[in-house]
Design a protein around this ligand. Sequence first.
Ligand code: FES
Ligand code: FES
Length: 159
Amino acid sequence: MKTIKHKISFKLNGERIEQEVPSSLLLIDLIRGTLKLKGTKPGCLEGECGACTVLIDGVGINSCLYLALNVDGKSVTTVEGLASNEKPLSDVQNSLVQHGAVQCGFCTSGMVMNIHSFKDKCDDDNMTPDREEIKKSLEGNICRCTGYVKIIDAVESLF
Ligand code: FES
Ligand code: FES
């Protein structure tokens, strides 16, 4: 059977990408497989762990559940778009480091993207979240190492 391909055009970390993608290709596979950006992690691949979180137009989504063709015309940010050799760590990344909230690091890129999404939403709504609201915002991101307290502290310090 012939695979149907779709031509898509989107921004990835500020750079215009033109790509032909099969209908069933998942965004995580486009990012990691085709475009070779390995910072976005494959965990459960079922929408449960948050390791694969990226930003689409500034909002965190699980890239393991999102079809690549749906990023057409949108702007995608992965962890590689936050910091590089030329660009310092983001405030979220710095805060996690300073609070000792990174251990093995497997969850960290997804966690960072989700926290950016949450922080932007709070800033847009002019809201300072309490610890319960911060905990709720992290519900979709599983960390097997840190016990979460340091991550929650790191998020709290951003406000
Ligand atoms: S790998 Fe996507 S949510 Fe777990
Ligand atoms: S730091 Fe290891 S899973 Fe979170």
